[in-house]
Ligand binder design. Sequence first.
Ligand code: LMR
Length: 335
Amino acid sequence: MKVVQAVFCALTLALATLAVAQQPAPIVIKFSHVVAADTPKGKGAERFKQLAEERTHGRVKVEVYPNSTLYKDKEEVEALQIGAVQMLAPSLAKFGPLGVKEFEVFDLPYIFPDKAVLQRVEDGPIGAALFQKLESKDIKGLAYWDNGFKVMSANRPLHVPADFRGLKMRIQSSKVLDAQFRALGANPQVMAFSDVYQALQTGVVDGTENPPSNLYTQRMNEVQKFVTVSNHGYLGYAVIVNKKFWDGLPPDIRTILEGAMKDATRYTNAIAQQENDDALAKVKATGKTEVYYLTDAEKAQWRAVLVPVQKEMEPRIGKDLIDSINKESASLGYK
Ligand code: LMR
């Protein structure tokens, strides 16, 4: 009897092993990004991972590499193009070096009076046309993820434009942001996001701009004594994939992933504002960084200096594109 049982167990084990061995290996999506996990983009990436793996019943495995642990700024887009990673969510300010400089329209100071205008732009023909421009680079745009409006930080108070004079300010790789800080009399310096904290700590640069969630999760507030809640510009993301990889997916898998991305996008955009509000509150609570809100008169001075950057950038971005966004604002009652 014992022999029969032993044979039965051995057979069952062999069949189970065979069944597992016959399952195809999961499709792996490496999702690399440069911010902390505890940010809107970091949480959005994890939500996409959870939904994609659950809904494909393990046929897809998403490996999220946050905080530049796999690739830092410039490298990550190159890695995507050669297929070393399959998914990224770079800031919209980082597509100029890729040859799609129109994305820098999102960097223009005061181009979006609020997120309602931003949403109409991203969800409508303007957002779709920008994604279309990525296709010739073998990149497919899947979604726009929100982070929010940027604050300025430095080790001197930044109340009026003259306060920026001579400051070395870290920027993302965007000619619009270069023009923005030159208009303020500052000296813009492009630098990878992962290098910013140390550059601020050592004085390589004097200050920077980012939504509060990035400032706080990278501990920049520990090396920046003054934050100004200027909301002078916007920072968001395009979730992008290697086009060959995406087009090569089994159609049923691609449809499931499109749904997972849609729901992860809804989630990310729903938490972004609160995440940034909470981060700003935490910066204030440390008591080590002054958080300053501009007066209406100061806001008017900032706008007077920065809104002309929109005109200055027409040759680079296209007057029609800038006008189309300002028309969207007008359709929502903004002049
Ligand atoms: C930056 O480089 O400041 C941001 O793009 C980082 C990010 O991805 O939010």
